[in-house]
Design a protein around this ligand. Structure first.
Ligand SMILES: *[C@@H]1O[C@H](CO)[C@@H](O)[C@H](O)[C@H]1NC(C)=O
Ligand SMILES: *[C@@H]1O[C@H](CO)[C@@H](O)[C@H](O)[C@H]1NC(C)=O
Ligand SMILES: *[C@@H]1O[C@H](CO)[C@@H](O)[C@H](O)[C@H]1NC(C)=O
Ligand SMILES: *[C@@H]1O[C@H](CO)[C@@H](O)[C@H](O)[C@H]1NC(C)=O
Ligand SMILES: *[C@@H]1O[C@H](CO)[C@@H](O)[C@H](O)[C@H]1NC(C)=O
Ligand SMILES: *[C@@H]1O[C@H](CO)[C@@H](O)[C@H](O)[C@H]1NC(C)=O
Ligand SMILES: *[C@@H]1O[C@H](CO)[C@@H](O)[C@H](O)[C@H]1NC(C)=O
Length: 726
């Protein structure tokens, strides 16, 4: 009733209502006319607002209002939002009215309103109130007990607000409050593994979406096995509304799973599985853990081949399993005609082996490589070339010998390789035998007067060298002799191959103009001989045209010659006694086609044609002359003769046809009695100006033993048996 009155009277009395906005961080509020008494019928509202994160603390310094039952008449009402925080009136607190006293009022939020109201009459004089307010900071970190609002990990208060932060390894969710983890990219490619929720078995992070992918090769089937220890936030009625696990495997889906019952074992039948784990922004649950394995379809059992084995030996083989097939010693794996030590097959998807099991075949060395000038004999019947078969190489006797001097026995080893105890896999070679003609020279003949017809095969190293320059008019044509040293080298005198130009420069004739005949006996039957063109001519670069010092040269044949009864190299001085050079009075032989015509001098030979030759190869037997004696015999002559240390002489003091020259460049040979080899110790070089057969005219020969080093250097040792090297 009263309130109705107030209402109606208020209208009648035109209550003056005022509203005041206060936004400062502090301020003073006084009743109208303070400190004088406040007017009747007045209503003033102060709306105080401060920034978020603050609240408002209000306290009264002075309070003096009309007192009334339940503050019906005059009052001060303090509100926050819709809530009345306090209503004050009077001077002192009574049972029904409240005065603020020393009490401070604090708003729950950043807003507070204070309404002062006076009714139409005041029986006494009241001075009203004087209040102060300040904005005070809210410590949200202490006050926010509500889990929905508090920080997930760490809370930091500051004046006017707060913020949250997360432990290491976590990220602040966009709600600025919960802490999530980054776990959307986990790829597993191993055939087995373990996956669990982050921090397992500790509570998993909030607000997170974790994705775990298992990607394996097609053919594998992945099985998941969840541990019993399983705890994902759930709801008694609704299925997994908050947190859950979902599994996608190919087109199939499993889940969502939540609660405390483990999903147990899941056979996905797929090679590609995605596990999605979602958590919302609340809850403390232990999470989950699983192990996965992947196997494929089994392949049929494999049997080892005959004479072979498979590894590893297992009861079953499944996808991706590999077995290696190998054979027993002496056998090799044979697959599609390809031989190998081992062969590997793999179990593929759908339970199929990648290949058939190969067979084990006995190792086969195949037919042995051929040896030039040699042959192979089999020591096992039927010319077997399989494991443990034996062969022996031999050289074409008596023209070739094996180098090195070994038995030449090879055995087929377990790997299918011909193997020798002496040489390993290395083949020996067949090298020409030197200085041992199959038709032995008549050594018993003590003395040969004049030239004698040689028999075919007496001097198988004897070479006829024909130089013919058809570009000249008349044709330039002459001949000389040489001695075969190996399959492709011929030794001769430098003056034979020196270009016959007017000046004294020492250059060889053009190799195109030279033909070498071997195995020649009768010059009329040159078709029976072997002929060769020339690849290279090497004159000794110190050859002196004045005195014929260093009268030595080499010819390399374009093609090798094959050895036989009529073609065979002469030996070079090799043993120590041979390297000393020929000893005085030793008898040696010289052969040539010019010997039988005693009137021919070296110069004649140079300028004459073939017509000056004998038809049949001739030979003489001559003693080596003491060097001093020979030197003296030439020094006493008119002319400028000099017998150097690179020369020796041979012949008879009393003269005779047999003392005359042989063909220039031909070999003066001496037999080594130990080895029975004929050794080239000299090369026919020059003689005096007198007729052949004159007294005290010795033939002069290049001393070959002084040039062994030069010969080795030029030919690279191709003409000697390495076994005989000293
Ligand atoms: C003051 O607050 C009251 C209650 O919230 C509101 O009705 C009134 O409009 C506000 N006055 C002003 C000036 O903001
Ligand atoms: C989180 O904080 C950022 C920057 O401090 C702000 O822009 C964003 O609105 C906040 N988000 C929420 C959900 O409060
Ligand atoms: C065995 O080999 C030799 C020489 O290589 C040959 O002459 C002979 O005919 C071969 N024998 C068989 C049975 O093949
Ligand atoms: C090769 O060796 C055998 C046996 O050792 C031996 O009798 C023979 O004289 C040697 N031949 C040569 C050329 O050295
Ligand atoms: C060389 O020998 C071949 C065959 O043996 C023969 O045809 C040719 O005429 C010979 N050449 C000379 C220049 O004697
Ligand atoms: C060698 O020359 C002499 C004199 O010059 C001569 O009598 C003799 O017949 C010649 N001998 C030959 C075989 O030509
Ligand atoms: C003799 O030989 C030497 C050296 O070989 C040479 O210097 C000299 O000129 C020659 N004398 C004659 C007359 O030829």
């Amino acid at each position: 009733m009263r309130s109705f009155l107030i209402w109606s009277l208020s209208v009648l009395h035109l209550i003056k209502a005022e509203a005041i906005e206060l936004t400062d961080m502090f301020g003073e509020i006084q009743s109208p006319s303070f400190p004088d008494s406040y007017p009747s019928d007045s209503e003033v509202t102060w709306n105080i607002s401060v920034p978020d994160g603050f609240r408002i603390k209000l306290y009264f310094m002075h309070f003096d209002l009309e007192s009334s039952y339940l503050c019906e008449y005059d009052y001060v009402k303090i509100e926050s939002e819709d809530q009345v925080l306090a209503t004050f009136c009077g001077r002192e607190a009574t049972d029904t009215e409240q005065t603020p006293g020393q009490q401070a009022i604090t708003s729950p939020s950043s807003y507070m309103s204070l309404t002062f109201r006076s009714d139409f009459s005041n029986e006494e004089r009241f001075t009203g109130f004087d209040a102060h307010y300040t904005a005070v900071d809210i410590d949200e970190c202490l006050e926010k007990s509500d889990e929905e609002l508090s920080c997930d990990h760490h809370c930091h208060n500051y004046i006017g607000g707060y913020y949250c932060s997360c432990r290491f390894g976590y990220l602040l969710h966009s709600d600025n409050r919960t802490c999530k983890v980054e776990c959307s990219d986990n790829l597993f490619t191993q055939r087995n593994g373990v996956i669990h929720s982050p921090d397992f078995p500790n509570p998993y992070p909030k607000s997170s979406d974790c994705l775990y992918r298992i990607e394996l090769e097609e053919g594998f089937f992945i099985t998941l096995q969840f541990e019993d220890n399983f705890d994902i936030e759930d709801h008694p009625e609704v299925s997994c509304p908050y947190d859950y696990i979902k599994i996608k495997a190919g087109l199939k889906e499993f889940g969502p799973f939540c609660g405390e019952k483990s999903p147990g074992r899941i056979e996905t039948k797929s090679n590609s599985v995605q596990i999605l784990f979602h958590s919302d922004n609340s809850g403390e649950n232990g999470g989950w853990k699983l192990s996965y394995t992947a196997i494929g379809d089994p392949c049929p059992l494999v049997e080892p081949p005959l004479n072979g084995k498979i590894e590893p030996s297992q009861a079953t083989y499944t996808f991706k399993d590999q077995v290696v097939i190998s054979c027993n010693t002496g056998y090799n794996v044979f697959k599609d005609d390809v031989e190998s030590e081992t062969f590997q097959i793999e179990c593929m998807k759908d339970g199929i082996w990648s290949n058939k099991v190969p067979v084990c075949k006995m190792a086969d060395c195949k037919s042995p490589p051929e040896l030039d000038h040699g042959f192979v004999t089999f020591s096992t019947p039927h010319n077997l070339t399989t494991y443990q078969s034996g062969i022996q190489y031999s050289c074409q006797h008596p023209f070739y010998q094996m180098v090195p001097n070994v038995t030449g026995i090879f055995t087929c080893d377990a790997k299918g390789v011909w193997m020798s105890e002496e040489l390993g896999t290395h083949l020996p070679s067949c090298q020409p035998v030197c200085g041992q003609p199959t038709r032995p020279l008549p050594t018993h003949v003590k003395r040969i007067i004049g030239g004698r017809n040689a028999e075919p095969g007496f001097f198988p190293w004897q070479a006829l060298i024909v130089v013919e320059d058809t570009s000249r008019v008349p044709n330039d044509r002459w001949f000389g002799s040489g001695a075969l040293l190996s399959e492709s080298w011929v030794l001769t005198a430098a003056h034979v191959l020196r270009s016959q130009r007017r000046d004294n420069t020492i250059i060889p004739v053009s190799k195109e103009h030279v033909t070498v005949y071997l195995g020649l006996h009768d010059v009329r039957n040159k078709m029976d001989a072997v002929n060769r063109t020339v690849e290279k001519i090497i004159l000794h670069d110190a050859f002196d045209i004045q005195n014929y010092n260093h009268d030595i040269a080499l010819v390399k044949l374009k093609e090798k010659v094959a050895m036989g009864p009529y073609v065979m190299p002469v030996c070079m001085p090799q043993f120590e006694h041979e390297l000393e050079g020929p000893h005085p009075n030793t008898l040696g032989l010289v052969a040539g086609w010019g010997i039988s015509n005693p009137n021919i001098t070296v110069d004649d030979v140079m300028s004459s044609g073939m017509r000056t030759l004998s038809d049949i190869l001739q030979y003489v037997k001559l003693p080596v002359v003491l060097h001093a004696e020979c030197k003296t015999s030439y020094e006493s002559r008119s002319g400028n003769y000099s017998v150097t240390e690179n020369m020796f002489c041979a012949g008879y003091y009393e003269g005779g046809k047999d003392t005359c020259l042989g063909d220039s460049g031909g070999a003066f040979i001496i037999q080594d009695l130990d080895s029975q080899r004929w050794v080239a110790q000299g090369l026919v070089s020059w003689g005096g100006p007198e007729e052949c057969g004159s007294k005290q005219v010795y033939g002069v020969y290049t001393k070959v033993s002084n040039y062994v080093g030069w010969l080795q250097e030029q030919t690279g040792w191709t003409f000697t048996n390495p076994d005989l090297r000293r």
